[in-house]
Ligand binder design. Structure first.
Ligand SMILES: Cc1ncc(C[n+]2csc(CCOP(=O)(O)OP(=O)(O)O)c2C)c(N)n1
Ligand code: SF4
Length: 287
């Protein structure tokens, strides 16, 4: 059986008129997300990106853990799996090995992917299995009332850091690249059209694609840290706090201080895990 994922090589354009509702399980609405939450924006960019790839809904599997962001697959009409907190990538790995033709997309939070699920995250990157991991990075545990996560910036307030977090943070992209992911990118909910293109590239990539998506939890992170509104929070963190790869290339290290870079940060070619596994099976069977 071929392990080639069902990604048609199509240019970035919409094949047919786009209609969100054709990708939604309308019976699952209304959704649980608070007004101003970034997760819905990310979901819309994801749907537009999937539509642009031309991949059939039945050839996509979406897997999540537990958290507000992990609710995404429940609203969508793909093959979906809502699993345990921190274990989305482990389930996705098993699913991909059993059904290598499926395009597997993991939607996970910063807590889900990088705290309890951190070990699964680094080893999945190391294996370079054909998979997309979208980290909805809102710097906090949204679903459980705002505890600090591995991406909570230092000095910022969380339920478990009432005087400001003293912990250094993970940079999701640096971590993914160092662990071996062959496509690493960052986007934001604020730059939703740019995000759509980045997600398209991530889905079309063969191998492990990680996208760190800066989005917002106005209910906890926003209120604790005295942002006046959800939009002010988005502007300060996602708009003013990031720059594109092209802008970054023209800046000095001093000018880059305190900015996060958006766009495709790392791309490489390396043996893909399912293909290597298939070769191993053939060898074991004496073929
Ligand atoms: C094993 C286990 N530990 C803890 C929890 C409680 N829990 C549910 S969601 C969550 C954190 C969610 O934060 P994140 O993954 O960042 O997603 P967000 O809600 O911010 O989108 C936690 C700690 C759980 N369900 N299972
Ligand atoms: S608690 Fe935060 S992350 Fe969860 S839905 Fe509300 S705003 Fe979004």
């Amino acid at each position: 059986m071929s392990t080639q994922a069902a990604t048609a090589s199509v240019p970035y354009k919409e094949k047919k008129p786009f209609d969100y509702t054709s990708y939604m399980r309308k019976g699952k609405l209304p959704h649980i997300w608070c007004p101003g939450c970034g997760h819905g924006v990310v979901m819309k960019s994801l749907l537009r990106a999937i539509h642009a790839t031309g991949i059939d809904q039945d050839n996509i599997a979406m897997v999540s853990g537990i958290g507000c962001s992990s609710r995404t697959p429940g609203y969508l009409d793909f093959n979906t799996l809502h699993t345990l907190h921190g274990r989305a990538i482990a389930y996705a790995t098993g699913l991909k090995l059993a059904k290598p033709k499926l395009k597997v997309i993991v939607t996970t939070g910063d807590g889900d992917a990088l705290a309890i699920g951190g070990n699964h995250f680094i080893h999945a990157c190391r294996r370079n299995m054909d998979m997309v991991i979208l980290v909805y990075n809102n710097y906090i545990y949204g679903m459980t009332s705002g505890q600090s996560s591995p991406t909570t910036p230092q000095n910022m307030i969380a339920t478990t850091a009432r005087y400001g977090s003293i912990e250094p943070t993970f940079d999701t992209c640096d971590l993914a690249k160092a662990a071996g992911a062959t496509f690493v990118a960052r986007g934001t909910a604020y730059h939703c059209q740019e995000l759509e293109k980045t997600l398209y590239e991530a889905i079309m990539h063969k191998g492990m694609a990680v996208v760190d998506i800066l989005d917002s939890c106005p209910t906890y992170y926003g209120r604790f840290n005295k942002f006046k509104s959800a939009s002010e929070m988005m502007e300060k963190i996602e708009k003013d706090g990031t720059i594109s790869v092209a802008q970054a290339a023209k800046m000095t290290p001093e000018q880059l201080q305190g900015k996060l870079v958006r766009g495709v940060i790392h791309k490489a070619e390396r043996a893909e895990y399912c293909e290597e596994y298939e070769k191993l099976m053939e060898k074991a069977q004496g073929k």
